[in-house]
Design a protein around this ligand. Structure first.
Ligand code: BG6
Length: 460
């Protein structure tokens, strides 16, 4: 691991859920693994009238209640010792001048070099204002020994036009290399492993194309409902919430060409090209190749579950989809004619995220005059969560005097080989952003390509 520059991490939206459940626990885990810069300052800002101690108490409570955090007292304390709180209304542009002064004063006191990572853990309506205010106050200015970076949470825009407009605006204040658009799926080890699996093993890549692959299925199923996010979700729906981000990331990693190097732009060029090559859906394609649905009331053995329309914050006659599935094609030499199916939704029977690569049938039906009526095609399954691993199903002879074929699974599970440790999924992303490695973050053109892909479905 490379040594990180000393820096200040500013979390906008510090009183929110994300900071408490993910960001601070991730920083504590990094500290535990000795992966934080040797000197750093964590500044939480939000509207609440908290002092440093109240902010720390809030964080303390979160740290003790999250299972994603390696419960190590010294590190939690160490991270808390580096924390300060600043009350800020992010829409008040004038307040940024004194905020900058205070930050600079703290940095001088702690002998920090002024490198800053601004984490925008705020609602989408605040993003533009924060970036503009930071830019106008000169808080994004870099020089040879000082970097300034911004992490922006999803959703990035509401559709293609708004994403384009947001990109255009923020790029007037910050260079693309300063902007880290986060997709937390790329923080998952199993998602990062897709690239390693494909490009560090010589045996799969020769098969990874239209000649051998019949189709690909990407499933991101959740058993939970919309919960307390009714208001946001009702204006977004499953398509916006999951597809131009998580599903597109998974698809791009499976479909991309080998990059020329592991450099951030080389990898993202290939991901972007893959998404840009997805065949644009016509109106007819949308009607024939996509499905949307909404969950109704349901019952389990011991519980009745409300319907989507009964969720707080959701319009009682809402037509927002909580499930979406589609069949897409990628127009390039590698994938011509191979269907890519995706499906995602809330309140499905189980929680599972997986990618299934289904290979073509063996070309010759050798067993036709035996007991075997059908040979199942080989499947390679990449388990992203909750089961993390790679599984290959093959056919094997069932022992006995007659020829009969059964399906068997070769299983690799992460935990068996590498153990498991608490992880929020944000550790690697925070570490990379401090390091200045944008490989796992979305570039402007990629975000736009992803929105472009879903627009015909949204429009229909
Ligand atoms: C978020 C969506 O981006 O991802 C949520 O807004 C969804 O609706 C969540 O539940 C799924 O993430 P994970 O890591 O639990 O699969």
């Amino acid at each position: 691991m490379q040594k990180l520059n000393d820096c200040t991490i500013v979390i906008f939206g510090a009183s929110g859920d994300l900071a408490a459940r993910k960001l601070i626990p991730a920083l504590a885990n990094l500290c535990q693994r000795n992966l934080l810069p040797s000197n750093s300052l964590i500044v939480g800002c939000a509207r609440r009238e908290w002092n440093d101690q109240q902010f720390k108490d809030h964080i303390e409570k979160a740290l003790t209640s999250t299972a994603d955090h390696e419960n190590t007292e010294p590190c939690a304390k160490n991270v808390q010792a580096r924390m300060k709180y600043y009350r800020l209304n992010v829409d008040d542009s004038e307040a940024f001048a004194s905020f900058d002064e205070t930050l600079t004063q703290w940095e001088n006191e702690l002998e920090l070099p002024g490198n800053r990572l601004y984490y925008l853990a705020v609602g989408p309506e605040h993003i533009e204002n924060i970036v503009m205010n930071l830019g106008t106050q000169g808080m994004l200015k870099e020089h040879s020994s000082q970097w300034r970076r911004i992490i922006i949470e999803k959703p990035f825009g509401h559709d293609l036009d708004s994403a384009r407009a947001l990109n255009r605006t923020i790029l007037t204040k910050a260079a693309e290399k300063q902007i880290y658009r986060i997709d937390h799926y790329l923080g998952k080890e199993t998602v990062q492993n897709i690239i390693v699996f494909r490009f560090a093993n010589g045996i799969f890549e020769p098969l990874w194309n239209r000649n051998y692959i019949d189709h690909i299925q990407i499933t991101v199923a959740e058993d939970i409902g919309v919960g307390s996010r009714g208001e946001y979700y009702d204006s977004a729906g499953a398509l916006r919430d999951m597809v131009p981000n998580h599903i597109c990331q998974l698809m791009s990693l499976v479909a991309m060409e080998p990059p020329s190097s592991f450099d951030a732009n080389a990898v993202r060029n290939e991901q972007t090209k893959a998404i840009q090559s997805v065949q644009t859906l016509t109106r007819n394609d949308v009607l024939e190749n996509t499905v949307r649905g909404q969950y109704g009331r349901g019952e389990t053995e011991d519980d009745t579950r409300n319907s989507y329309r009964e969720t707080q914050g959701v319009d009682t006659s809402s037509n927002t989809e909580t499930f979406v599935a589609a069949r897409l094609f990628i127009d390039n030499w590698r994938w011509a004619g191979v269907p890519f199916y995706f499906r995602t939704g809330k309140r499905l029977p189980l929680r599972t995220t997986e990618i299934v690569i289904q290979f073509k049938q063996a070309p010759h039906k050798l067993f036709r005059h035996t007991n075997v009526d059908q040979i199942m095609p080989n499947r390679l399954i990449m388990g992203i969560q909750p089961i993390e691993g790679i599984f290959l199903s093959i056919s094997a002879k069932i022992p006995g005097p007659i020829v009969d074929i059964g399906r068997v699974n070769m299983r690799f599970q992460y935990a068996d080989y590498f153990g498991s440790r608490p992880d929020t999924g944000y550790e690697r992303l925070l570490y990379d952003a401090i390091l200045g490695d944008a490989t796992l973050f979305q570039r402007a053109d990629m975000v736009e390509a992803c929105w472009n892909l879903v627009m015909p479905i949204l429009n229909e």
